[in-house]
Design a protein around this ligand. Structure first.
Ligand SMILES: [Zn+2]
Ligand SMILES: [Zn+2]
Length: 247
């Protein structure tokens, strides 16, 4: 019985729960949807609705490219995009360990630029939600909420990843912008580095020698800056996170 329910929950056969909200964490009908949007009271994932705009400070994404399903990595805005993801990491890393950042390249209003930040545990997501509530980014208020989506394999369009989705930007599955390998290594590598350091410190403490001090500068050693936007321009853009919330 339970298995039967599980196979129906959130699918087209489910007349009560909205399958789009269940899988994508967003539905084009929003609050007017005739089916239920079961909003979680806690989750590992926070959703920042419509937060990323490709046409921001970097290159623009040709809507014809988006409509034809062409991969975003092929467009000129990749540096701008990766700089955005890097800054998001810098902002939210202190809330907890980030398991993944997923950014939608879809064109529909309820999915365009949606940013899903999944933390290793719910505490991280809770701190991120508290931190971002009432803040502004790029001149617009940040819309942040817990998302029911924790398994992105289920909600991602496989054809898009293979560059063959014929529905383009209007696809109902997530078209997730790919993050380049070197940027991924830089972003997630910090956690490996931190774990290694914690292990070192534990070992040091055991041998009664004072733990080695490391400055923040050491951590940044060897990191590669995302191309496409100067550090000054990025700093200016992210300074808006707080300033615009002040008035
Ligand atoms: Zn719905
Ligand atoms: Zn698709």
């Amino acid at each position: 019985m339970a298995e039967h329910l599980a196979s129906i929950f959130g699918t087209e056969k489910d007349r009560v729960n909205c399958p789009f909200y269940f899988k994508i964490g967003a539905c084009r009908h929003g609050d007017r949807c005739s089916r239920l949007h079961n909003k979680p009271s806690a989750s590992q994932t926070v959703l920042l609705t419509n937060m990323y705009r490709a046409e921001g400070a970097g290159g623009t994404v040709d809507p014809r490219d988006a409509a034809s399903g062409k991969s975003a990595s092929a467009s000129a805005g990749q540096g701008h995009f990766e700089a955005f993801v890097e800054d998001l990491f810098e902002e939210l890393d202190e809330c907890g360990e980030i398991e993944g950042v997923n950014v939608c390249d879809n064109a529909t209003d309820h999915m365009a630029g949606n940013v899903y930040v999944k933390f290793v545990d719910e505490d991280g997501a809770r701190r991120a939600l508290e931190k971002l509530q009432g803040r502004y980014y790029d001149g617009r208020p940040i819309l942040v909420e817990y998302s029911p989506v924790t398994d992105f394999k289920e909600s991602t369009c496989r054809q898009y990843e293979e560059n063959s989705c014929t529905r383009g930007g209007y696809c109902n599955f997530m078209h997730l912008r790919p993050i380049g390998r070197s940027m991924r290594k830089q972003l997630y590598g910090r956690y490996l580095e931190r774990r290694r350091r914690d292990d070192d410190e534990r070992r040091d403490r055991r041998s009664r020698s004072p733990p080695r001090k490391r400055s923040r500068d050491d951590e940044d050693d060897g990191r590669v800056n995302a191309k496409g936007m100067s550090d000054d321009a990025r700093r200016a853009m992210f300074a808006q996170w707080n300033e615009e919330g002040a008035d």
